[in-house]
Design a protein around this ligand. Structure first.
Ligand SMILES: [Mn+2]
Length: 440
């Protein structure tokens, strides 16, 4: 599953977040917002990314790894993909990282060439200077035009090319690192390609305290956004208006990006899993399902709550809600190191099956969460402390226009787990109170 990172706002012309911008944040060690409601951004300093690269270098042992920034350009500029951002912390289009554990220059960052015409639109790009090298904590910075030379001259000594990005599916386009490796092995048959993607995935799956703090901030912003959107959530309002209030709140709190496009579905739409049209007027008596998440410093929250539009769940809605909540709680209660994603799913599914709704729970219970909303991680390996997953069972009854999903973000700890989103009400009475308080 790929993450789709949505963003706010509109920008009419070329949008590239410049390396200079990223450096600026590095050097300031976190920019303070001037709005009193804005939590102080805690952007990671370059040392955190350095440590991640060192951990990867240690695990690779020898050989060479090349990683391309495979981000997306949107309204808010260029955003690196999860792997590249995790290792470098920079959002710079065209950047390439080379890691070579046994070489003198173990970490080289290649940046796209400068273009004076382009820079008049998008701003000045960094020059290759000693201070840039120091600011990025790498051994060398080069232009991408030098990549061939650095690679070939090193392949004389190290004959292994490590694939560290997640392999693409057969139907997807081949990744640029593997495309490069294939060209190399066509020309240098003595070189071999080794799949080392699990190493990076495993590093990313184990969250450090800094990462957990960012994730908790993202969750808290999401909670406040939901609270604010409740003020607007009533019959006659259109789904996209609720989404608008929600996302405006995220942005006012300093979250520039969404974890994914918000899902705000009322009535029958509450039963559509990835409902994105949001064009329906919300009617009295309906349920409203909101699945959303703010992103904070590249970490994505992912929360779902289901609300009764009139402020009180009907008897029928309550019946379904209670089954989903019981399933979610049973799954969370079981989470501890050693358990697999599959067994968590079985526990939630068991509760729903017993209530007679086995066929109405039509998706999986959990996914990994982190830099991407569907984060990397091994779905068949036992869970370990530091991993963060979602728990999100649901029941969908289109004919009754009842869709209920309840989703929390959960950290696996030494002895069990901790719900990172425990401040967000989910007991039926608490949800009703939450709505009532916002509508006073
Ligand atoms: Mn989710």
């Amino acid at each position: 599953m790929r993450t789709h990172t949505a963003c706010f706002g509109r920008r009419s012309c070329l949008g590239s977040v410049l390396l200079l911008g990223a450096l600026f944040l590095f050097l300031r060690g976190g920019a303070a917002g001037d709005d009193r409601n804005t939590p102080t951004p805690k952007n990671f300093g370059p040392e955190i990314f350095k440590q991640r690269r060192l951990a990867l270098l240690d695990s690779l042992g020898d050989g060479i790894a090349v990683l391309y920034s495979r981000g997306t350009s949107g309204d808010m500029g260029y955003r690196a993909d999860g792997d590249f951002w995790y290792l470098t912390g920079i959002d710079d289009p065209g950047a390439v990282l080379m890691l070579a554990p046994k070489e003198k220059h173990r970490e080289i960052l290649f940046l796209a060439p400068r273009d004076q015409e382009e820079e008049r639109w998008t701003g000045e790009r960094a020059a290759l200077t000693e201070s840039l090298k120091v600011a990025l904590r790498v051994d060398q910075v080069e232009r991408t035009s030098a990549l061939d030379w650095w690679l070939v001259s090193r392949l004389d000594r190290s004959r292994t090319l490590h694939l560290i990005s997640q392999p693409a599916l057969p139907s997807e386009e081949i990744s640029p690192d593997l495309a490069l490796y294939n060209k190399v092995t066509d020309r240098m048959p003595e070189v071999t390609i080794k799949n080392s993607a699990r190493i990076l995935a495993s590093l990313r799956a184990h969250k450090s305290p800094d990462e957990l703090a960012a994730l908790e901030q993202a969750i808290d912003i999401t909670f406040k956004g939901l609270t604010e959107s409740l003020q607007l959530m009533k019959a006659g309002v259109t789904e996209f208006q609720v989404a608008g209030r929600l996302e405006e709140s995220f942005r006012n709190q300093g979250a520039q990006f969404l974890s994914f496009p918000s899902i705000v579905g009322s009535g029958r739409h509450s039963t559509v899993l990835h409902y994105e049209k949001l064009d329906k007027d919300i009617a009295s008596g309906e349920l409203l399902l909101v699945d959303c998440g703010a992103e904070w410093n590249h970490y994505a929250a992912d929360i779902t709550r289901t609300f009764p539009i009139d402020g009180k769940f009907t008897e029928e809605q309550s019946k379904i809600y209670d089954v989903v909540l019981a399933a979610q709680k049973a799954a969370i209660a079981a989470i501890k190191p050693g358990l697999t994603m599959d067994s968590i799913d079985n526990i939630a599914r068991g509760v729903i099956r017993q209530a007679g709704y086995a066929d109405e729970f039509i998706h999986g219970t959990s996914h990994f969460l982190g830099v991407e909303v569907h984060d990397v991680g091994d779905y068949w390996q036992p869970l370990a402390p530091g991993m963060v997953i979602t728990v999100e069972p649901g029941i969908y009854l289109p004919d009754e226009e009842i869709g209920v999903r309840i989703e929390d973000d959960v950290l696996v700890t030494q002895n069990g787990c901790r719900v990172l989103s425990s401040q967000i009400p989910k007991e039926r009475a608490d949800v009703e109170n939450w709505i009532m308080q916002q509508r006073r």
